[in-house]
Design a protein around this ligand. Structure first.
Ligand code: ZN
Length: 318
């Protein structure tokens, strides 16, 4: 590596800089911006990657025989043990409001070091935290609220920020039931702790809704339940364009195997019902889908394939 790597960056230096937040006291631009902009009619949408989560392969279907799961992973050219899950958040602009949908993992989890980039990547996209008027939470798992708990973030958000979340979700986390999940050790405690801290720190800014709430023109958050009791999806509609941000209702394996139980689902049977009915609806009305843990930028369509579904990735629009 060159000793004068400021003026003549070596390849090694550039690769290292991907992981470095600050070089010489200034934020260092990343090699890959990890954001993808699109329009849904008059609504601006920006998908931002928070990074990736490395999780055990068993998480994607704990109700199936391990050999069946292993065969699926092999068919998908995926490793058998640890899977890299994408972690996407979305920024939506409509009717003069700037809405952040979910907030990523934050900085509290050293075992998941490749996630937690949301704030840095919003800044890189020119989005000032103070410009965010609303946050919508699909649910209160730590990979969706953690970004709001990063040191210094709360102070930079506007005092009149509104955080929309289903009333069933805040109620659930008062005394959460983990009896039907199948998570790696340590996760239930971390999830409980994070949700509790989030409720404590942001209590005064929460705006709860029962079943649905229109956050801005054409931006409708709708409770589905299943993954968690207050799990919600965000439906965007403008002119004849439609896009749904499905949060954790849909995972990659869920197109081909919608009845596989994800380890993070608190009510896996209901989560499977929610997934199947949402995928059926999206296939029927041909709208776009973006989901938290689908490979970035995750913009895709859903097709019916016999009894199950097929994932149809959208074209890269540049
Ligand atoms: Zn999640």
């Amino acid at each position: 590596m060159s000793s004068d790597n400021t003026s003549h960056p070596s390849v090694k230096y550039c690769v290292d800089s991907v992981n470095a937040k600050y070089i010489h006291g200034r934020p260092e631009p990343e090699l890959v911006p990890s954001r993808y902009a699109l329009k849904v009619g008059a609504i601006d949408v920006l998908v931002v990657s928070d990074g990736v989560l490395s999780l055990p392969g068993a998480m994607l279907g704990h109700n199936v025989d391990p050999s069946v799961r292993a065969a699926w992973l092999e068919d998908m050219f995926l490793p058998p043990d640890v899977l890299e899950w994408a972690l996407n958040v979305v920024v939506v602009r409509s009717g003069g409001r700037t809405i952040l949908i979910d907030a990523g993992m934050g900085a509290e989890f050293p075992d998941l070091p490749r996630a937690g980039r949301t704030v840095q990547r919003l800044e890189a996209a020119g989005i000032d935290l103070a410009s965010v008027t609303d946050v919508v939470l699909t649910h209160m798992h730590m990979d969706h609220v953690g970004g709001l708990l990063v040191d210094g973030v709360r102070e930079r958000l506007r005092p009149d920020l509104r955080i929309h979340v289903a009333a069933a979700e805040t109620k659930f986390w008062e005394s959460p039931d983990f009896s039907h999940v199948s998570m790696p050790p340590g996760f239930p405690d971390a999830l409980r702790r994070t949700a509790k801290r989030f409720l404590h720190e942001y209590q005064s800014q929460l705006r709860t809704f029962e079943e649905k709430h229109e956050v801005a023109p054409g931006v409708l958050v709708t409770r589905t339940g299943g993954h968690t009791p207050g799990h919600s999806v965000v439906r965007l509609a403008s002119g004849s364009d439609r896009l749904t941000f499905a949060g954790d209702a849909v995972f990659q394996v869920g197109f081909e195997h919608p009845d596989w139980y994800n380890g993070f689902e608190h009510d896996p049977e209901e989560a499977a019902r929610v997934r199947i009915s949402l995928l059926r609806e999206l296939a029927a009305n041909r709208e776009s889908l973006v989901a938290t843990h689908l490979s970035f930028p995750s913009v895709c369509h859903v097709a019916v394939d016999g009894d199950v579904f097929r994932w149809v990735p959208g074209p890269w629009e540049y």
